[in-house]
Design a protein around this ligand. Structure first.
Ligand code: PLP
Length: 621
């Protein structure tokens, strides 16, 4: 645990059992025994559910919803704030039915609503029975069809707010509201100028793509007033950004949002809701500082800052406290899913023994082999410098045809053996020195059964860091260091940045995989954004997904199993008809029979193998 820092990032949800298994804790029942993840995987395998798989934990999702809502109500009570909190979950962060359904079900007690950023997401939202007070906030670019459905839904009692993104959108709303003779519930998206640091800097400030500037805002207000619809404008939307690292940025942006709110109130706009969008971050690394993958605040602190800042600004301008809305997605769903995969094989950065140098070998190879003779702790750096020099020279000679393949093989093996010996004495190497960093890079490759592109797209696209941990043997000191390579044949398909002791390390401490059991690794906090952003690179499809609920008696209930894509499904996504593929293959087999190349028995085997593949899992089975 201390190597992987589970205590720092695990939020009390993840722990390690005395037998070395990583285990799940039920936050609603801290007294219940933690449940071993390898045991869950064993149970699932017996049911025929193999890795790679995404494991969703309903209890974690509920814990975050409870935490956010109770943090806001505590802050509201302590501050004497005179309006409630009504959060909405942005569907885009995880659209999976198993997630959205459970959020709605559990969130009902908090009047928790949904945010829809597109027509399909509005269609999802309207298929859910929300509480009477809950909101559906519609963001993004909207066409007439989107707006018509949003306005019509008012007739069923939905509090569907159309957040106007531009003067043009306001015109469409005015026209459709008139035609339907239904009063819409409106919001305006106001672009904040305060820029937030972190990975999503461009989604805040002047450069953000969404929201109106002050001139556009005034045009929309005037148009609504002229059309007699100003009284429908109830909500101001000011998105703070995403994964805001520094809590003081929250205060600054909320202060700016409040300036707009109080000014709009002075203009006679009867606003009642202030929506601050997303931004509440997740501490992926446990660093607890304002960095790209971490945050310097707790959920409670975020809520207190929001409530205090709004209360102060409203009181100063003598404006009624608005209902507070946030659209936190990441903080609600990230922790609830983990990706679990098995190690298929390993390429070890090691050599059994340094080979003997032969009489005709190039003198650089003799020099390389001689290094081990003066490898003592005081001369480690010098030995490494020499080793790199001779190896690089030998490679250059090989390229020019001056050294043959067998000599090159001896050179590589000699170098590997030397590095293995240097690694044995690395505790003598100054931490963070060039050599230390280089040695950390010298890592085994663990080939693992997953696709970065399908399951961890943000790792590939924006260098997102997630906690990554072996799921068993944590009572034994890891004896190797590895980078994790996926099964796509793409050199980007790997995990080679890990958080260890609050620092980014280029390799992960791992164990030599045991002979008699599967060695599993888990990537944690993948419940936000990853599932639908994933792509089909190399045609690896969706993984199996299993949803479980932790029980107070230390056991768990299996709530739902979703089988991963078959090859036939994946082929149909890229315009192939599986039946046509089978027919085409069968035709070639029949031609081979006619030509006398294969027998009728072989025909059966060939067609059977092709069919079986078509119906199989896209991952290693
Ligand atoms: N609301 C809007 C308008 C967004 O653009 C986003 C994401 O950037 C969110 C909510 C969710 O943000 P987060 O996941 O940071 O909570």
């Amino acid at each position: 645990d201390s190597i992987y820092g589970i205590g720092r990032w695990g939020k009390g949800l993840i722990t390690v059992l005395p037998n070395g298994d990583v285990a799940l804790c039920d936050p609603a029942h801290p007294e219940a025994a933690a449940i071993s993840l390898p045991q869950i995987l064993h149970d699932l395998r017996q049911r025929g559910v193999a890795s790679p798989l995404v494991l969703r934990i309903k209890s974690f999702l509920e814990a975050e919803i409870r935490h956010l809502n109770s943090s806001f109500s505590d802050a509201i009570r302590k501050t004497g704030y005179r309006a409630p909190y009504r959060g909405v979950f942005p569907i885009k962060v995880n659209q999976q039915a198993q997630v959205v359904d459970r959020i709605v079900e559990f969130g009902r007690q908090y009047d928790y609503g949904l945010e829809a950023g597109s027509k399909p997401e509005l269609v999802i939202a309207l298929a859910h029975r929300l509480s009477q007070e809950a909101l559906i906030v519609c963001n993004g670019v909207k066409d007439a069809e989107f707006i018509r459905l949003a306005i019509l839904s008012r007739r069923l009692g939905f509090n569907t707010v159309i957040v106007l993104e531009s003067p043009k959108e306001a015109e469409i709303v005015i026209e459709i509201a008139r035609e339907l003779e239904i009063e819409p519930l409106l919001g305006v998206r106001v672009k904040l100028t305060n820029e937030i640091s972190g990975k999503w800097q461009d989604s805040s400030g002047d450069r953000s793509a969404f929201g109106m500037n002050t001139y556009q805002l005034m045009r929309v207000i005037d148009r609504l007033r002229n059309e007699g619809l100003l009284h429908c404008l109830k909500l101001q939307h000011s998105h703070l950004g995403s994964q805001v690292p520094d809590v003081n940025d929250v205060r600054r942006s909320v202060t700016e949002a409040c300036r707009y709110f109080t000014e709009l109130a002075r203009e006679g706009v009867p606003l009642t809701h202030l929506d601050l969008g997303g931004g509440l971050g997740v501490d992926y690394t446990g660093e607890k500082r304002a960095s790209e993958n971490s945050i310097n605040y707790t959920m409670e602190e975020y809520c207190t800052n929001v409530v205090e800042t709004v209360a102060y600004a409203m009181d100063e301008a003598n404006v009624d406290h608005p209902v507070l809305v946030t659209e936190s997605g990441r903080a609600i769903s990230a922790t609830s899913s983990m990706l679990i995969f098995d190690v298929l094989e390993t390429t070890l950065y090691d050599a059994p023994d340094a080979p003997a140098v032969e009489p005709d070998d190039h003198h650089f190879l003799t020099d390389l082999a001689a290094i081990s003779g003066y490898l003592v702790p005081e001369r480690v750096q010098e030995c490494w410098n020499d080793a790199r020099f001779y190896r690089d020279e030998l490679r250059a000679l090989f390229r020019r045809g001056r050294v043959d393949l067998r000599q090159m093989a001896r050179a590589e093996q000699t170098y590997l053996k030397l590095m293995a010996r240097i690694k044995e004495i690395t505790h003598l190497v100054e931490q963070n020195s060039e050599l230390d960093k280089e040695l950390q890079k010298i890592a085994d490759v663990y080939h693992c059964n997953f696709s970065v592109f399908q399951s961890l797209p943000d790792v590939w696209a924006i260098e997102q860091l997630h906690p990554i941990v072996p799921l068993q043997m944590l009572n034994q000191t890891p004896d190797r260091r590895a980078v994790l390579s996926d099964i796509t044949c793409d050199s980007d398909g790997k995990l080679d940045k890990f958080i260890l002791d609050g620092e980014i390390a280029p390799s992960l401490p791992v164990h030599s995989p045991p002979e008699d059991q599967t060695y599993y690794l888990g990537v944690f906090f993948v419940g936000a954004y990853q599932e639908t952003l994933g792509d089909l690179h190399n045609l690896f499809g969706d993984t199996n997904v299993v949803t479980i609920d932790l029980r107070p008696d230390g056991k768990y209930d299996l709530l739902h199993e979703q089988e991963g894509d078959t090859i036939a499904q994946v082929l149909s996504y890229v315009e192939y008809d599986p039946a046509d593929c089978i027919a085409a293959f069968r035709k070639m087999v029949d031609e081979a029979i006619s030509a006398g190349h294969i027998t009728a028995n072989e025909r059966q085997t060939l067609v059977g193998a092709y069919r079986a593949s078509m119906n199989g899992y896209t991952y290693f089975e």
